[in-house]
Design a binder for this molecule. Structure first.
Ligand code: GDP
Ligand code: MG
Length: 741
């Protein structure tokens, strides 16, 4: 029995579409009009094997945005009539321009066969096109044709019939990244649309969102009439991102979308597909890219840039960092003087100021890093980094699309694994996506940043930039090795081809960089108050209560009394000296005696504070872990901080700040945490290296774990990431500690 399949024919004007249509259908044609408009509707039938093809010739268009009636008709047929497959006729001689429509067809997701037409002309121009490679990169079959002579047309019909049979018109939209700003806006808008079936009316939410951002009048009007409330929310989101793009990049979403589509095409053509003449800005970008993405020079420059980032950050950030340290020290002193002794003072000074202040103290360094990252992103260099890493990534069983999740997670420093893990959605292969999701959290996210900055300041005060550079490279190396391990064992499978968007270079504006850097810094500051502060207060409580049992507290009180009593004779000696009017002035002797008494009492106070901390809920927990953790060099206070870091990694710094502050007798005169740890004999270099490794690799914070569960679809992988990462982190930390000790 023969099967009937509907095939739509799309292409730019003059690509040879009508010629292909004629070659396919011969005399079996019917010409009519689309209802109510003058656009011609041509249909015909063809046979391929045992399939009957019903072919619809769409009007020739350059795009699928509603700029003209032709474009509207073309997309209505594709989306509403749901052909089983579509043939996209492209002129091989001007591939770059023609692929712009191809990309939009793929974005709709209709099963697509590309007819690489006018191959005879292209050959005459000296172009050689690798159709097989093009098909791999587009993810769609490509058939070379010469429609005028009919060459390749039977193969084209067969390919369309096969695809139509396999996919039956089922949409598989191509997901293109449009850069961090637009991707976020598209995701937000798609989420709004998702909630209103009335508004989407069967169209894909993401596609509608993109069209909305492109200012597609037809879509915007249709949404308004279908669901006014949803339309209003979308328009607000769209206006917001348009304003943001205008302020930061001086351009409009529509232009950015076009840029990224051309970037997508340019990078396809670059991968040994074809050589072309390009337009100006793209040509200049190409010339820059011959150096910046050069096979050998490119990676060297990339490493140089990375190293330069840290060098610059520490040189410029040194002075404001001292100011921040001084400020929080002063604040602690003021609060200590103003508040009466007791739990409230302890909470404010040790819990809040020494805890949260420790995290906020890193703001100057973080602002500088974020400014540089904004420069790399806005200029287009970040996309090149991803492009270069693609080759490396594939060697380790990852995918070019894994690079962005890594960078978003903090590949250079200061990202977040939550959006990083979500960014892995662009990967089509589930196995490659899983490998990416499980390894991206090893990167140096914004929360680990203050931890590493603190640890390098303590252990490598003279080589902070070098240390941060090595930390970053180590994180990448471990992530890649773990990925390789996972991809060769529990999630093994073939790798899929990859296309990367390379938008043309752009000179970033200072204003744009400042806005981008400020957005991230504000995120960091907000986290310090909304996430770190409440956790710090909880931990302060866990480190304060239940305190010392009464008998033990009484013991310390007795010791203090004994000391005071022992100083009594000294006071008598002072009185004697007064009578004798000896050589030394009386006041001096009095001072000396008082000072000695204070010192002796302070020793007892310190011992008591330490005993109380050790006896607190958190203290007991930390001490209990010491049996195991001492293998890696961690004593009980570090254990508390590491456990607390699971809530949010920067809490590690806050918790240590509180723990060391509570153990101190005189909070008003306390030194910054870094100074305290530097002079603590427990904090050796071996412990430092072991801690850096552990912090880099152990269980992702709980928000990330939750996101892994969402994105992988099972708690299994989320639990795996906690158990496996912590196991790996501990093994490496122990090894480092035992070797360096
Ligand atoms: P349409 O605008 O997409 O309908 O394109 P047409 O089918 O009208 O073709 C435009 C011109 O290109 C016509 O002169 C065709 O003869 C010519 N043409 C179509 N296919 C080929 C081909 O494969 N090779 C060459 N050399 N010319 C072709
Ligand atoms: Mg025509």
């Amino acid at each position: 029995m023969s099967e009937r399949l509907t095939i739509a024919l799309a292409g730019n004007p003059n690509s040879g579409k009508t010629t292909v249509f004629n070659a396919l259908t011969g005399a079996r044609q019917h010409v009519g009009n689309y209802p109510g408009i003058t656009v011609e509707r041509k249909e015909g039938t063809a046979r391929s094997g045992d399939a009957d093809l019903h072919v619809v010739d769409l009007p020739g268009t350059y795009s699928l945005t509603a700029y003209s009636q032709e474009e509207l008709v073309a997309r209505h047929v594709l989306i509403e009539e749901k052909p089983d497959a579509a043939i996209n006729v492209v002129n091989a001689g001007v591939l770059e321009r023609n692929l712009y429509l191809t990309v939009q067809l793929l974005e709709i997701g209709v099963p697509l066969v590309v007819s690489l037409n006018m191959m005879d002309e292209a050959k005459r121009q000296g172009l050689s096109i690798n159709a097989k490679r093009l098909a791999e990169l587009l993810g769609a079959p490509v058939v070379e044709t010469v429609a005028r002579t009919g060459r390749g047309v039977p193969e084209l019909a067969a390919a369309a019939a096969q695809l139509g049979r396999e996919r039956k018109g089922e949409l598989q939209p191509l997901l293109i990244s449009y850069g961090p700003d637009l991707d976020q806006a598209i995701a937000d808008m798609a989420a709004v649309l998702d909630a209103s079936p009335a508004a989407t009316a069967g169209y894909a939410p993401r596609w509608l969102a993109i069209k909305h951002l492109e200012g597609d009048a037809e879509i915007i009007d249709a949404l308004r009439s279908r669901d006014a409330e949803t339309a209003a929310r979308l328009e607000a989101l769209s206006a917001k991102v348009a304003d943001h793009c205008h302020k930061t990049l001086g351009t409009y979403p529509e232009a950015i979308i076009a840029d990224y589509r051309y970037g997508f095409i340019a990078s396809i053509l670059k991968q040994d597909v074809v050589q072309l003449n390009r337009i100006d800005r793209v040509a200049l970008s190409d010339r820059i890219d011959t150096v910046l993405t050069h096979a050998l020079l490119g990676p060297l420059i990339m490493l140089g840039v990375l190293y330069g980032i840290y060098q610059f950050t520490f040189i410029v950030g040194d002075i404001p960092m001292t100011w921040m340290g001084d400020f929080f020290e002063w604040l602690g002193g003021v609060a200590g003087d103003a508040l009466p002794d007791g739990d409230l003072k302890s909470l404010i000074v040790s819990g809040v100021i020494d805890g949260v202040g420790g995290v906020l103290g890193f703001v100057p360094l973080i602002v500088i890093i974020f400014l540089i990252i904004a420069f790399l992103e806005d200029s287009g260099y970040m996309a090149r980094i991803a492009y270069m890493l693609d080759r490396l990534f594939r060697m380790f069983g990852l995918h070019g699309c894994s690079v962005m999740p890594f960078i978003v997670s903090g590949g250079i420093a200061g990202g977040c694994a939550v959006p990083g893990v979500m960014a892995a959605r662009t990967l089509r292969s589930r196995r490659e996506r899983l490998a990416t999701i499980l390894t991206a959290p090893f990167m140096t996210c914004g929360a680990k940043l203050p931890v590493f900055l603190m640890l390098t300041a303590i252990f490598f005060p003279d080589n902070e930039a070098q240390a941060m550079f090595i930390v970053t490279l180590t994180a990448w190396a471990v992530a890649l090795l773990v990925a390789k391990g996972l991809r060769s064992t529990i999630i093994s499978g073939p790798s899929t081809p990859f296309v990367m968007e390379l938008p043309p270079y752009r000179l970033p504006t200072l204003r744009g960089m400042c806005i981008h850097a400020w957005e991230r810094t504000w995120q960091f500051i907000k986290r310090a108050t909304t996430v770190v502060l409440p956790i710090s207060i909880l931990l302060w409580a866990a480190m304060t209560y239940p305190g010392l049992p009464e008998e033990e507290a009484a013991l310390y009180e007795t010791r203090r009394e004994e000391i005071r009593a022992a100083f009594q004779p000294a006071a008598e000696a002072v009185a004697e000296a007064e009578e004798q009017a000896a050589a030394r002035p009386v006041a001096e002797l009095e001072d000396e005696a008082a000072e000695a008494l204070d010192e002796a009492l302070a020793v007892v106070d310190a011992e008591e504070a330490m005993a109380a901390l050790k006896n607190s809920a958190a203290g007991r927990f930390g001490v209990a872990l010491e049996g195991v953790s001492s293998l890696a060099g961690y004593e009980w206070r570090t254990n508390i901080a590491l456990a607390a870091g699971f809530a949010a990694k920067e809490v590690f710094v806050a918790t240590l700040g509180t723990a060391y502050s509570l153990g101190e007798t005189d909070p008003e005169e306390s030194a910054p945490l870094i100074e305290r740890l530097k002079s603590d004999p427990d904090w050796t270099m071996a412990k430092g290296v072991s801690l850096i490794l552990f912090m880099m690799l152990y269980a992702p914070c709980f928000m990330t774990v939750f996101t892994i569960r969402q994105e992988s679809g099972s708690w299994g992988w989320a639990v795996f990431s906690m158990v496996f990462n912590t196991g790996l982190a501990f093994a490496l930390a122990v090894a480092a500690f035992q070797i360096l000790r």
